[in-house]
Design a protein around this ligand. Sequence first.
Ligand SMILES: Cc1cc2nc3c(=O)[nH]c(=O)nc-3n(C[C@H](O)[C@H](O)[C@H](O)COP(=O)(O)O)c2cc1C
Length: 188
Amino acid sequence: MKTKISLLIIAIMLTIGFLHAQSKTEMNKMLIVYFSWSNDGNTRNMAEQIKAATNADIHEIKPVTPYPRDYNACVEQAKKEVNAGYQPPLKTKVDNISEYDIIFVGSPNWWATIAPPVATFLSSYNFEGKTIVPFITHEGSRMGRSVSDIKKLCPNSTILEGLPVRGGSVRSAGNDIKEWLRKIKMIK
Ligand SMILES: Cc1cc2nc3c(=O)[nH]c(=O)nc-3n(C[C@H](O)[C@H](O)[C@H](O)COP(=O)(O)O)c2cc1C
């Protein structure tokens, strides 16, 4: 009798384990990647809020050569790079990108588009069949032409509706961020 009960318990535990593993593999795995330059770290803060709401993995994009800390020097360099379509080499890499189905891509608006290191990131991997969710922090230009530039770099991905948040308002944008995540069905 004791052996029968033990076997039954083991069988139940194995079934629960199997069902749990199955539901995990069927779930869409999410990654948040972002670049952030300013001392305020607006895009980083937005990325962290998305992580807190979704429990997704997170990855910071860093160029090999950091941008100048001086604002005007950075603005000038960024202008030249954006105009030239330059994609700076990156210091950081995601080894297991194929595991992710949904990738949140965050950038400050730089000269009306994504910052060049984010363009490098999007050119570095194959995002075919994956879902890209843009989020942008800005000081007035909202998404600019970020979405069409992301589409050019990821022509075979589904691009969901992104969210622009003014840099200075990121820290009080928690409700807007959650509402957007609900609308695009990333959280319940
Ligand atoms: C090089 C550079 C270019 C920028 N260009 C724009 C722009 O075209 N439109 C805009 O609204 N904000 C622009 N901004 C402001 C940033 O998008 C904004 O401050 C953002 O929140 C900064 O994010 P971060 O703290 O993650 O770096 C620019 C800032 C920098 C440094």
